[in-house]
Write a protein that binds this ligand. Structure first.
Ligand code: NAD
Length: 366
């Protein structure tokens, strides 16, 4: 039996609650598919700050302790919950759970490709702000956002009467993110939409030419479309079915991926991955620690469970098991099971708790 090491960082708020359900589903995968998992549970975020705080010296604790980083290094992938909360908001930025935990992990493992599936099925169409006639039978596409370049990391200047952020991409950076997008497109609609601003920006003209080069040389069988970012934000709202994989840079991806998340309904359903060239990755729900519902047993565990499915598919190449989890999630939603965030009271819906939703997904694994 294959045995994988997974670093499990549940974090704060609803993190541990929804992570318990994802682990339950992975345990069922072990039984059905004979794939073993060794979970290495480690502290992260506010929970780690509290546990490593020194009462003697008064020194603030660490959001990402050394033991956690070591466990991640020794693992095949990282399954991340969520971090943060009011209690730690007054800490200096680098000590805050979100900045102090996620950014060093991204940097350490060079997690340059952010992968965010978007979409809604027909049964959950009401949870999207898009009109039913636009949603039709549902839609699904994936946004690939470059995560380590662009204006966020270019040279920054601030004078008394000016400021600037350098927008910069190197060829190798564009090549590697383009490959992630084209590879992913092979498994879906065989279509990549590249989004840039090449009518204005030199960086975008360069980006587009590199994407075209990789396309022609390595993935000619994949359809490639180009859109300017301003047009893309509109097209996503009027023809969401037409997209397969959307490839874009860090700044534009920041905006587009949030737009895509918004039209996909509840944040409690949405998973994401950040991976490197070796397909090592960190998998996490798109939402945060949801302090408003933490501890009540009502959080939607589907985002965390689908994050585990992405981990199986991308980092472990266990596609059958991943498809089984996704199929089971679709089945329980089609059967009308709803956690509070997606419950409307319509006929055929049944309101369930976090753990009841996890149990149903386990039961429906095929
Ligand atoms: P949030 O995503 O935690 O919550 C926003 C809303 O969505 C809330 O009403 C919440 O109840 C709901 N929600 C989120 N996940 C849900 C789920 N699985 N099921 C049902 N409802 C769900 O965003 P926020 O309130 O702005 O932030 C709360 C804390 O989380 C902050 O400290 C923030 O910094 C942190 N945060 C962490 C991450 C991360 O760990 N990657 C991401 C975003 C925010």
């Amino acid at each position: 039996m294959k045995n994988y090491k997974i670093a499990v960082l549940s974090g704060d708020g609803i993190g541990p609650e929804v992570m318990a359900e994802a682990k339950k589903v992975l345990a069922a995968v072990t039984e059905k598919f004979k794939i073993g998992f060794e979970f290495n549970e480690q502290l992260v975020g506010g929970a780690a700050i509290d546990a490593t705080h020194s009462t003697n010296s008064g020194q603030v604790g660490e959001p990402l302790p050394e033991a956690t980083m070591q466990a991640c290094e020794a693992s095949d992938a990282i399954l991340f919950g969520s971090v943060g909360g009011e209690k730690w908001n007054s800490l200096p930025p680098e000590k805050r759970p979100e900045v102090g935990a996620l950014l060093p992990l991204r940097k350490k493992f060079d997690l340059f490709a952010n992968i965010r599936p978007a979409g809604v099925s027909k049964v959950l169409a009401h949870s999207s702000p898009l009109k039913p006639e636009i949603i039709g039978d549902g839609f699904s596409f994936t946004v690939i956002r470059e995560l380590t370049g662009d204006v966020y990391f270019g040279e920054k200047k601030r004078g008394t009467d000016f400021s600037s952020d350098l927008m910069i991409y190197r060829k190798a950076e564009v090549e590697r993110i383009a490959r992630v997008a084209f590879e992913l497109a092979k498994n879906s609609k065989k279509k990549v939409t590249n989004v840039d601003k090449s009518n204005v920006l030199a960086t975008s003209q360069f980006w587009r030419s590199v994407v075209e080069e990789i396309h022609q040389k390595e993935f000619p069988e994949i359809e490639l479309e180009h859109l300017y970012i301003d047009n893309a934000t509109m097209q996503i709202l009027v023809r969401p079915q037409s997209f397969g994989v959307i490839l874009t840079s860090n700044l534009f991806g920041d905006i587009l991926s949030d737009e895509a998340a918004q039209i996909s309904g509840s944040i409690g359903l949405q998973a994401s991955a950040s991976i490197n060239s070796d397909k090592f990755g960190l998998y996490e729900p798109m939402g945060g620690s949801a302090p408003d519902i933490a501890g009540k047993g009502i959080a939607n565990p589907i985002a965390q469970i689908l994050s585990a499915a992405m981990l199986l598919e991308i980092s472990l190449n266990e596609k059958e098991a991943a498809a089984s989890i996704k199929g089971s999630v679709e089945k329980v939603l089609a059967d009308g099971l709803r956690t509070a965030d997606i419950f409307t009271g319509a006929d055929g819906e049944q309101k369930v708790s976090t753990s009841e939703m996890g149990d149903a997904i386990v039961k429906n694994l095929s």
